[in-house]
Design a protein. Sequence first.
Lengths: 180, 474
Amino acid sequence: MSETRAAGFIEEAAASQKEGSRRLVVRPARAEDVPALAGLLVRLKRLNEEFDPLLKVRTDAEPQAAKVLELGMKDPRMLILAGEGTGPDQGRVVGVARAALRDRIFYTPETEGVILDIYLLPAYRRKNMGEYMLAETVRLLKERGAGIVTAEFPAQNQIAVRFYAKRGFRPLNSIHAKIL
Amino acid sequence: MVEVLPRSRPGVEEGRKSDQEIEEARAREAEEETRGLSERAVDLARYFAGKIEVIPKVPVRSLKDFSYWYTPGIAEVSREIHRDPELSFELTGRWNTIAIVTDGSRVLGLGDIGPEAALPVMEGKALLFKYLGGVDAFPIPIRTKEPNDIIETAQRLEPALGGINLEDIASPKCFHILDELQRSLSIPVWHDDQLGTAAATVAGLLNALELTGRKIWQTGIVLLGAGAANLATARLLKALNCDMGALTVVDHKGILQSEREDIDELMLRNRWKYELALTTNEARTHGGLKEALQGADVLIAASTPKPGMIKPEWIQSMAPKPIVFALANPSPEIWPDVAKAAGAEIVATGRSDFPNQVNNSLIFPAVFRGVLDAHARGIPDLLALEAAQELARHAKVKGLTKDHLLPTMAEEGVFPEVAAAVGIKAVELGIARKKRTREEFLQLAQARMARPKELTQVLMKNGLLPPMPGQEVV
């Protein structure tokens, strides 16, 4: 993705914020972002762990996350975005979005954009920044050919259920699990 | 918080022991003191088998009088209340009756000991309510730990009650339970471990700030401990226009800040603490108490203390003339002489044998006296603040000094004043079913708070209350 295009993602004074001026710049992830992005991904997985014991986080989750992110950045079918802070967090990565393009073999639309992870540090929540991050992700997935967008998250995560429901998402597939 | 404490104070250990050893010895000594009391308390509990009882408040000249007090006459009273349930505040004792509701999940320092084991504590609290506040309080420990069951039980008790005091319910569920009951009921609901302690703390703090020439919106405050008391203190401080960005909360995991490892867990399990993480510590200080105290003006410790958890050199690193409230009982987080030697200008504790006792008994009897006399529909935080401010004002009557931040329990004249301030505030806020003037509130409170003491004296004098058996230990 070119720099000019990335600049286009910069959001100017989005929602007016009561608690300070913290805003988010969403841009494609760069190699140097990987450690910070991996940290955020692990935070998200730890949050998932709170919802379900079947989502117990591995001890090597952080290097795993770094690997997945590095591979993802090279994969044209993957989308990795970094949310950069402003103000005191200028230049610091405070959010992550990870999505994939998948083919639907039996259904139309044939290309599905799957949102795998969206995570923001708490100081950036409740300011429509999550919504902005989602909108950017969806926009880029659509740009790359997705005709339908889905989001994967733990069934017990009511926060995510509400977040997506509010934005027009509804349950599509269920994944049921049993420990062996 | 313990309301009744031994008079003797632990001596300063001599010799060349380390600070840590000295601290531990003092903590042990403080526990020793309570041990003697404990044995006696068990003997007395066995002897008296209960601390409160129901006695008539109407004359019974003969059984004929029961035609008024009971059937057939009483049916008309019921009919009137049936037409207007609000009349239950006028025609019955509802206006002065509260329940002390607990699930026994965090009793004193004993932890989760269950409802039966909580009963003696609730009886003691009921006695305090009666003796200090003239309030008829019924101990109601209930057999459930489920927050929603506790809420439902309290809701179902509402018709009999003029108010509810939640007691010794574990944090963080106590926050949800209090919020939900305050929202859903039309009687005052109070959680003393939160609001009683917080209001007494704030009262002391206001005077400490005044004595050291500080304004609350320019003061850097550190809260050590993030349980019921300190989270409520934070809430009251916010209402007082405290600079929340300059407030730092420290718990057993260190300084609370929005990027701490456990922040998402807090979001799910303790949203009150999560909110604080987002709104406090604007400088995003990391680390522990040591880092938090550097340059801070005030330390308010309401924690599970460990001997030596506050190092004197950390007090030295605070701003000039620092204020230290070390509220744990029986061993404060730092002993007053140690804090003073390290430069603390003003020190308060939870103990009655040191100056400046921050004691919830300074607050809760008066707050309930005030709201009950107003037949209040609720008890917003503004009433707790009003009580704190009135208490702080009255400390000045005897003269505000570093060792007299707050009235003591012995300054009995203060409490009806606090009750009157709460009552009139309830009227101002439009939540009083019974509108009275300040003078009326004051006179009622004076009479109603004096009566139980007089009654006890009379009953003791004529032998209807048996004398204390055995030897005193205090």
